[in-house]
Ligand binder design. Structure first.
Ligand SMILES: [Zn+2]
Length: 277
């Protein structure tokens, strides 16, 4: 599933290529992929100019005057200018622009969604209102993370995956963040000391930034809007590296299930228990 860095990559690409374009039509091919809010009609999109494209968590927001087109790619969704031949039957919706270009939403497994919505209730309609803090917001500091951890119990990876606490982290980056700060994915968060919380905060920002710098990780379905692959898959320390040697200590990378997800970690570099100092 595309995570914050992959979605940010798409948002930046879209911002460069669709901002200023006018929408001529919106074609719905699979009805369950497109949700239209009660205060809007699909036809209201016609003639609308795209003001900007922004990201909230893993949501892509195409901002129009008084309306928004919000996209969540979920497992296998893609937004691209072209569609490969073997993927054409998975096109679920098409945005047609007045300059005759078309942006295709294709989705093999149909978990992805597009919401056509007015500007006021869009966050409730899409679920964006339930999202937690953005890792790149100024407000997200080590102190802020300590506040978010306060009173909570459970495993570290499960905490990192909760979109209503911190928005945007998924399976790949959660594993990379745990490795980067030397903590086992199942480490109990109530055991984290102030110093470790500060390390964890640094690792969250660092791992997500690296992913953005490398234009996302193309480990399964992710491609940019021109079909371009990301590069971050070449720089992962643990994710997808089961039995390969840890880059730091050469111990074979282990795989377990944590927070219900396949999880990669180094049994030597990542501690399950830490001293309280
Ligand atoms: Zn190691």
């Amino acid at each position: 599933m595309p995570e914050l860095p992959e979605v940010e990559t798409i948002v930046r690409e879209l911002n460069q290529s669709v901002t200023g374009k006018s929408i001529e039509g919106f074609q719905v091919i699979n009805e369950s992929s497109v949700l239209i809010s009660a205060d809007t009609k699909l036809s209201e999109l016609e003639g609308q100019r795209i003001m900007s494209v922004s990201r909230r968590g893993k949501f892509i927001c195409i901002n129009l005057k008084g309306m928004k087109v919000v996209v969540h790619l979920r497992m296998t969704g893609r937004l691209t200018w072209e569609v490969e031949r073997d993927r054409r039957r998975y096109v679920r919706a098409v945005i047609i622009f007045s300059d005759r270009t078309k942006l295709y939403f294709s989705d093999v497994r149909k978990f992805g969604k597009i919401w056509i919505t007015g500007k006021n209730d869009y966050d409730k309609f899409t679920g964006i209102s339930k999202l937690g803090v953005e890792p790149f917001d100024n407000g997200f500091s080590a102190e802020n993370l300590a506040d978010l951890l306060k009173g909570r119990k459970g495993g570290l990876k499960a905490f990192l995956l909760k979109q209503d606490i911190i928005a945007g982290i998924g399976n790949i980056y959660a594993d990379e963040i745990c490795f980067d700060c030397g903590l086992h994915p199942d480490l109990r968060i109530e055991k984290l000391s102030g110093k470790k919380v500060a390390d964890l905060h640094k690792s969250i920002v660092k791992c997500l930034s690296l992913g953005i710098q490398n234009c996302g990780a193309s480990v399964s379905d992710f491609v940019g809007i021109n079909g371009n692959l990301g590069k971050q898959q070449n720089y992962l320390f643990v994710y997808g590296r089961k039995d390969d040697g840890c880059y730091l200590c050469k111990t074979p990378i282990s795989k377990c299930v944590s927070a219900g997800r396949g999880t990669h970690y180094c049994s030597k570099c990542q501690k399950l228990s830490i001293s309280m100092t």
